[in-house]
Design a protein around this ligand. Sequence first.
Ligand code: KIV
Length: 298
Amino acid sequence: MSATPHTPVPQRLDAPLPMTLPRLAEKKRLGEAIVMVTAYDYPSAQVAEAAGVDLVLVGDSGAMTVLGYPSTVPVSTEEMLMLARATRRGLTTPLLVGDLPFGSYEASDELAIATAQRFIKEAGCDAVKLERGGTSVQRAHAIVEAGIPVMGHVGLTPQTAIALGGYRAQGRTAERALTVAKDALALERAGCFALVFEAIPGAVTEVVMEHVKVPVIGIGAGPAADGQVLVFHDLLGIYDGHAPRFAKRYGEIRAQMVAGIAEYAAEVRARRFPGPEHVYSIDADELERFRAGVQRAA
Ligand code: KIV
């Protein structure tokens, strides 16, 4: 038996090739913008696949957008794995990154490796993401040493937003910007294949980009990053909660969903749904026999 891992074979010769780490690095080298979006289930993954994005992140933002928690903090590893498994089933081409939830990697290298392995083995992720510099740098290094690709995340790191003074832009003083830069460079040295910069001034991103060799994916970090990521529900206008100012809306899907359900409810109440086209038929003589049978049985 071949030891080569099974990679889904593209159906058409012109079908896009699955995204890999070398292809991602090549995109940076060529100056091609990298597109990442979050997804949390089978349909959102299928939508991301059909739209041709490069990377899909099963973000812990799913804690809020699909699980209804007030922040990313409460989501568990089991819940994230369930979202990641569903997302995996809907994807063929983009690289799939699983977000390690708060509390699932910080305490020790062993814990970080064990959790990262679950995302790879049990959910089929290609890589994992973790937040912050500091002790996360050592955790990222340990996971990379264990053979799992890691994406770092600096700037506004929602898992520790309280310690950062709330959900607000980071790096707006020279000192704070230097902290962001140092975290980014330390994560790169730890072996991260890419970095997320969240909510930092565009000019700070520009300066840090001069020193970072791995792809940088920005979210509220200006246009200088190698690519951009947005939260699926913010991007399409599905989420009803607060959306940050950097989250551009490309759709108003929630309004369409509410209108659709409201119209359905109105038609049911007015007995206009189901119509004849939604009903199964039965031959007249079968119906007659059935009627007689019911009468006998009654
Ligand atoms: O959880 C998430 O969606 C993220 C992105 C904002 C990068 O971490």
